[in-house]
Design a protein around this ligand. Sequence first.
Ligand code: GDP
Length: 338
Amino acid sequence: MHPRALITGLAGQDGSYLAELLLDKGYEVHGIVRRTSIEDTEHKLKNLHAILDKIHMHVASLDNVLSLVRIIRNISPDECYHLAASSFVSYSFEDEISILGNNVNSTHYLLAALREFAPSCKFYFSGSSEMFGNAINSPQDENTPFNPRSIYGISKVAGFQLVKNYRQQYGFFACSGILYNHESQRRGYEFVTRKIVSSAVRIKFGLQEAVELGNLEARRDWGYAPDYVNAMWLMMHADSPDDYVIASGETHSVKEFAEAAFAHLDLDFNKYAKINLDLFRPTENIVLRGNPSKAMSMLKWKPTKSFDDIIKEMVEGEIKLYEPGRKTSDLLTPGDSK
Ligand code: GDP
């Protein structure tokens, strides 16, 4: 019998890498996708094109507990990976209310449905370095108090506490990864890394003249997405469930990232950079840097790619999108996200 996994957020960067990893390990892979994704597979499921015929997709909305119950009863998963979350940082009241509600409720609904209908299913929850927010020390580890300063961060802290509660109260095999930024060629264009890489390649090909960015001195702890997905699987196969910080342990500035990306294309970033003050964030907190020692010692996890190797792979992946015969759906013009 193949182990059965259920993934939320299947179509995203992490979901698609996780589905590939689990297929390689012989799993039967099920995922929850939105109706709008099924109606536009070319764009919305582009990360899954290579494996579409190998995975089972279920259309549901995570804010509908009944549809989740139905899926869980039908497939009776052995492992559930909850990656989906609204992460869009917005300052509108409406978004604030729905981001908090959706993120917390979806985690709660899944846990409650599993407890009722698949109590031996293991559960993984993707937390975020945003939970440390305005961190009180650096680097952060599993003992660092949370101090979120965004609605997204608050929703992740609430999800994390729900997972912990199900583990402690009901003996669930439930664990959380506190994941720092992790990048790849499947990263969305709204993130600065993909924006830089796609702009650099477009500049190289004469399709764009400059790249507009916000704070170049902002620093992040950037890792390689497939490594982070591997950490999720390792957590689910540890002797006992626990929570782990997954990070590279080093930080780099946006400028360092951009200089390296442009250098891979023999371009000088400083010649093409334009600073747009509108792209600055209102509050940039103390630098978030994770300490992944616990995952390294307990899970034998370790990153496989250096900062420069990640950038190189992203640049090479972006260039491939322009090869003749590639679907234009792979290419979106980067917007000015911040
Ligand atoms: P996240 O904020 O950690 O989720 O990741 P992002 O990739 O969106 O942003 C990383 C950092 O890049 C932040 O500190 C931003 O302020 C900074 N940054 C500078 N210019 C830009 C830009 O044009 N777009 C985005 N998204 N971030 C930018």
